[in-house]
Design a protein around this ligand. Structure first.
Ligand code: GRF
Length: 214
């Protein structure tokens, strides 16, 4: 193998990180886990922007504190849901992400956004069990003894897209929605970080309703 002559500096350039946009609606603890992971260049991810469907949320404050650009795209500022979908797609496209991560984004994404980018979502239940906005409450109400979280690719349905990975959490007899959700988040954060990193470094393929990371 040829050697650099003595005294010559050989610059080793790391591969460019993969750019993503993260969408949030609330406290943004999943976003924070992603922000923390990006501190390591080997993780291979750069968060280009964080988008939200509402202003004033902790998720946006976390992004701003990390120096990440933010945008807000509210349904109520648009004449129709389709117009909101169009506007959100444009706001995302402005940043040219490789893919999008929905991390506690509490709106159903429309065809413009989904036609433009692969979107990964994290959901606080073991899909297909307990889809929808109250997954933790629904699991408790159903008397489930085991629940967990799912990272999946978003399709046109509500939490119906192909599953990439899941992690389980035991339901305790004295659990409330809050205590159970906190324990779910404890496994959700590392699962999301792992899947987003792998998708960024290795790529993600979605064909015929199936998703895979090589
Ligand atoms: C997460 O549990 C996510 O699965 C669900 O909402 C929660 C968002 O939490 N859709 P955070 O905003 O990341 O703290």
């Amino acid at each position: 193998m040829p050697r650099a002559p003595v005294g010559m500096v050989v610059a080793v350039t790391a591969p460019e990180p993969t750019g993503i946009v993260v969408l949030v609606s609330g406290s943004g603890t999943n976003l924070q886990a992603l922000i923390d992971a990006t501190a390591d260049p080997a993780y291979g991810v750069r968060i280009l922007a964080v988008g939200a469907d509402r202003a004033g949320i902790s998720g946006l404050h976390r992004a701003a504190a990390a120096g990440i650009p933010t945008f807000v795209c509210r349904v109520e500022d648009h004449a129709t849901r389709a117009a909101w979908d169009e506007a959100l797609a444009e706001r995302i496209a402005d940043h040219e992400p490789a893919f999008v991560v929905s991390a506690g984004f509490m709106k159903i994404l429309g065809p413009r956004v989904l036609g433009q980018h692969v979107v990964l979502n994290t959901h606080p239940a073991l899909l297909p069990a307990f889809p929808g906005a109250h997954a933790v409450r629904d699991a408790l109400a159903a008397g489930a003894t085991v629940t967990g979280c799912t990272v999946h690719v978003v399709d046109a349905g509500v939490d119906t897209g192909p599953v990439l990975a899941q992690a389980t959490v035991e339901v305790r007899p004295d659990d409330t929605e809050d205590t159970l959700h906190e324990r779910i988040k404890a496994v959700e954060h590392p699962l999301l970080v792992t899947l987003v990193g792998r998708a960024a470094r290795e790529g993600i393929t979605v064909t015929d309703g199936k998703a895979s990371i090589p």
